[in-house]
Design a protein around this ligand. Structure first.
Ligand code: ATP
Ligand code: BTN
Length: 320
């Protein structure tokens, strides 16, 4: 998939230097008109590509593309599959759920129909996100999956902190925050039954550099990793660090459950001891003081002096 001709073109331009139409046409063994059409295809995805007479094409900024060979070497048990473009990595795994193995990771440079929580759209700028989905099989039924959804957010935040990023946080159940704004999100889709094996598609998107085309579609304040680091960040290394952290987290979770991770999760809670509202629907909300999460990963709210626990689901937590 990554060997497609349009992808080879973007790979040639990724260093951010000028490449003439002629040399690109020669390299890819296509006509110059075809090169121009490939350039158009990527511009529509939000990439800024300049064309200067006599010099050729150049990306406004160098891009760090995913290196499938490096990923394969570093993550042999996760069998990484890298798409240049896909509708949604979660959708791809859901439709191949019976023929992939536990641990399979699918990454993409771009999603045309990224899915967010509660049916929302998720913007995936071309080569501007760490965008992936993993398939996990869990023996303990759907109930165990709830704590796992929080563990995923924690694994991502810990991997990013280890890579040198600061001011990271978690918003229950599993939104990733940086400097008080949403940096990334997690969407877990399930197939299975209450007490038998469950297959989980664990999808995550972490912003690295958000192009203006996609930024216009996001209806809340958001963060991106490149704001606080010298571009371009090596996305392959960061993707590996996240998958390794998820692999480790899964083992801890499988053996000990969320209880072993509760304190670690609470360290990153962006709403700790703050006044919050929990929305069940437009009409139904509860106000209280956030008290972190319990051993199952339930949200603890103090309401009128009494602590109550809430399960993640079709609910949304906001600051007041
Ligand atoms: P909650 O789920 O708790 O309500 P939320 O407000 O972040 O939190 P979600 O449904 O988790 O809502 O996420 C969807 C939101 O994320 C939408 O508001 C959407 O505009 C926004 N969004 C879409 N793409 C991105 C992105 N790349 N970075 C940050 N936010 C994004
Ligand atoms: C959210 O906060 O709403 C969750 C966003 C999850 C986005 C990721 S990107 C990779 C995977 N594929 C999707 O279509 N969605 C998830």
């Amino acid at each position: 998939m990554l060997q497609s001709k349009p992808y080879q073109l973007i790979n040639a331009l990724s260093l951010g230097e000028f490449c003439s139409g002629e040399s690109l046409a020669k390299q890819l063994d296509v006509s110059r008109t075809t090169i121009a059409s490939y350039i158009k295809q990527y511009s529509v995805l939000g990439l800024d590509i300049y064309s200067v007479k006599g010099k050729g094409y150049r990306l406004a900024q160098p891009l760090s593309l995913l290196d499938s060979k490096v990923l394969e070497l570093a993550l042999p048990n996760n069998m990484p599959l890298v798409f240049d473009q896909v509708d949604s990595t979660n959708a791809w795994l859901m439709s191949n759920i019976d023929c992939v193995e536990h641990g399979q990771v699918v990454l993409a440079e771009y999603q045309s129909a990224g899915r967010g929580r509660r049916g929302r759209a998720w913007q995936t700028p071309y080569a501007g996100q760490l965008c992936m989905s993993l398939l996990w099989r869990l023996q303990d039924g759907i109930e165990a999956a709830m704590g796992l959804s929080l563990a995923v957010g924690l694994a991502i935040v810990e991997a990013l902190e280890k890579a040198g990023f600061k001011d990271l946080g978690l918003k229950w159940p599993n939104d990733i925050y940086l400097g008080g704004k949403k940096l990334g999100g997690v969407l877990i889709e399930l197939q299975g039954h209450a007490n038998s094996e469950v297959s989980l598609v664990v999808g995550l998107g972490v912003n690295v550099r958000v192009a203006s085309l996609q930024a216009e579609q996001i209806d809340q304040a958001f963060a991106q990793l490149e704001t606080n680091a010298k571009p371009p960040l090596n996305r392959t290394d960061l993707a590996i660090a996240i998958v390794e952290s998820l692999n480790q987290m899964f083992e801890v979770f499988r053996l000990q459950g969320f209880a072993a991770l509760q304190q670690r999760w609470n360290r990153y809670d962006i709403f700790a001891e703050q006044a919050v509202s929990l929305r069940f629907s437009e009409e139904r909300q509860l106000k209280g003081t956030a008290k972190g999460v319990d051993k199952q990963g339930q949200l603890l709210l103090e309401i009128n002096g009494q602590q109550q626990a809430f399960m993640a689901g079709e609910v949304s937590l906001r600051g007041q």
